[in-house]
Design a protein around this ligand. Sequence first.
Ligand code: ATP
Length: 361
Amino acid sequence: MSTIEATSLTKNFGSFTAVRDVDLSVGQGEVVCLLGPSGCGKTTTLRMIAGLESVTEGEVRIGGKLMNKISPEKRDIAMVFQFYALYPSVSIGGNIEMPLFRAGLSAAERRREVARVAGILQLDDVLDRLPGQVSEGEKQRAAVARAIVRDPNCFLFDEPLSRLDVELRHSMRGQIKEVLSGLSKATVIVTHDQLEALTMANRIAIMRDGMIEQIGTPHEVFSKPRNIFVAGFIGSPKMNLFEGRFSSLSGDMATIELSAERVTIPVPSAVSNMQGETLTLGVRPRALEPVDSPNQHSLTGQVELIEPMGAETLVHVRDESDQDLRVVVPRHIKVIIGEVLHLACDLSQTHIFDGKGLAVR
Ligand code: ATP
């Protein structure tokens, strides 16, 4: 069975802990992305699963079997790296064929398998060309073809698209996702590009300082971030975060004192015993809407910078406490620099984090 399981996985390099107590379970046919800032331990986690890095503590299981002491080539996994290292003097077809050759398949079987994966990855027309004679996207697809051709138990990808230009990344994301969904294998993809994770993954594990901060579907990590770090990391432009204090509670509506103004928003019942406590209010830039006059759910500030983004416009508003507020409005809404904007919060999209930075649910 194609599954990957990491339990309490820890990696120390000398006295430095690069990965700490990571639990990860990837089911058959599931794609899990490890996402996080540079140095958070994504690649080290992937390398431990692959067997390229020893495990300090914890267990790696592939297909239910303990792998800690098994060498990489015996783990029945295929890896695709950022530097896909095709042999330059061997044709694209020859590069794809290589793992089959090593596995001892006959010439006829090799031809049939190469043709099959070349069909999946639309490489049929370039099989006879050398890597130097094909595009970057075709090279990347050839690397994926070489990984999937021998039908391994699971796949590990390390920043597979980071060398491609924006346009190509966009189309390759879709293509790889489609190929993976047809293969029904457990797959782990390392990326620092949230758009890549949001579009390719069934679930995303967001890492920081060697630990998983939250794991969930793209929708879950976006709409229900567990803490301030995840809230600020996922979503573009970033979520607005305001420090404040619970002032009063009336039913399920709480009035929150920010440094320069007050805003009233709905809160979960758990909040009843938090009056007077400090908190952070989170509002995504698309959950703020300009309104004609201030109300109890609105924030106010002056337009400082306008960034057209095509169908939408990103507006930077400086509020009275001198905080930069990011607001995304449809292009047809005209704003001008210096204008005072009243911005109503979409009450279904506000987030509250307690003094420790954890979401209040
Ligand atoms: P990036 O996105 O920049 O590739 P990452 O999240 O993949 O980063 P890792 O490569 O897993 O991060 O590294 C995690 C931490 O472990 C980093 O601080 C890194 O410097 C450190 N590290 C990685 N390999 C070694 C090593 N062989 N010896 C010592 N420290 C290491």
